[in-house]
Design a protein around this ligand. Structure first.
Ligand code: ATP
Length: 291
């Protein structure tokens, strides 16, 4: 793991199998993911590809079946029950898929942000200050006395993000935070996540279906059939005339054993099936049909 020593999140050949009666579902089938400290990464993929499973594992809510998963110093496969509680309380903040499941209907926004800090035995004065600061930072400072039913969907999501950040976690995990919102509100909530990443230095992993959202982060990881299949990296380039534009480049992800997934449209275009010919050239590798 030496090359990944600086990484905050490292998943290697991660497997999660759900067993319901005689039926086995392989939700993750050897997923690889490395996220560096301070990064903001979008995770995309078709419904059922394993995105929520990955996030639940990183959140310490679900445990992997096999492989490796490390967040900071925590090994998510072997950690004790007591460590798991500490991990969930202090290392990661988790915003769940349904907005409502993050909030408690009879508590005000301020009381909800206060709750995780109370569990962590934070002194009252610090709790008051921090919940006010967090709600303010997320643009809902004026709504601190309102209950979830008195907030719009976008405001509820901002409060949920503030709750997730209450104990100053280093990692924020958000599962489809904009899934139930209209386009404009979704852009606002996503902007709030980017502010959290930039201003508070929190590493953010966000699952999304929304291509407009994933187009706004520097790195998008695609999951297909429970594996990481490709990554898109975006960077801003400056042209000769001084204007800037964003360049997006797609990369296939190679695991430690050297396996990569050839995209379906490439396979179909050249009728690549079970066997292919590989040839090593001075600076690249070619893949040809076996004909
Ligand atoms: N608790 C569970 N028990 C059994 N199977 C499960 C469980 N949770 C998820 N699965 C299955 O694992 C696979 C991956 O599910 P997951 O929810 O991680 O996908 P997803 O990419 O997040 O999908 P969506 O975008 O629809 O939320 C699916 O086939 C799903 O049916």
């Amino acid at each position: 793991m030496s090359a990944d020593a600086a990484a905050l999140i490292v998943c290697e050949s991660l497997v999660r199998i759900y067993q319901t009666g005689p039926v086995e579902v392989q939700a993750l089938q050897g997923l690889d993911l490395v996220v560096d400290k301070g990064e903001m990464v979008a995770v995309v993929g078709a419904s059922g590809s394993g995105k929520s499973t990955l996030l639940s594992i990183l959140a310490g809510v679900d445990a992997p079946t096999a492989g490796r998963a490390r967040v900071e110093q925590w090994d998510l496969l072997t950690m004790s029950r007591a460590d798991r509680v500490r991990y969930r309380r202090h290392t990661v903040g988790f915003v769940r898929q349904q907005t409502a499941s993050n909030l408690i209907p009879y508590l005000t926004a301020q009381q909800m942000v206060d709750l995780p800090m109370t569990a962590a035995r934070t002194p009252a004065r610090e709790r008051r200050q921090r919940s006010a600061d967090l709600l303010e930072a997320l643009g809902v400072g004026a709504l601190a006395g309102r209950r979830p039913g008195e907030l719009s969907g976008g405001q509820q999501m901002r409060v949920a993000i503030a709750v997730a950040l209450a104990n100053q976690p280093h990692v924020l995990l958000a599962d489809e935070p904009t899934g139930e919102l209209d386009t404009a509100t979704s852009a606002e909530v996503f902007g709030a996540l980017r502010d959290v990443n930039r201003d508070l230095g929190v590493t953010v992993v966000v699952v999304t279906h929304d291509p407009a959202v994933s187009g706004q982060v520097e790195r998008t990881v695609s999951i297909r059939d429970g594996r990481t299949s490709s990554e898109v990296l975006r960077r801003t380039a400056t042209a000769d005339d001084g204007g800037t534009h964003v360049i997006a480049e797609e990369y296939a992800v190679m695991d430690r054993a050297g396996r990569i997934q050839v995209p379906r449209d490439y396979r179909e275009a050249l009728a690549l099936t079970r066997r292919v010919r590989l040839a090593l050239e001075p600076d690249h590798i070619t893949i040809r049909p076996d004909a």
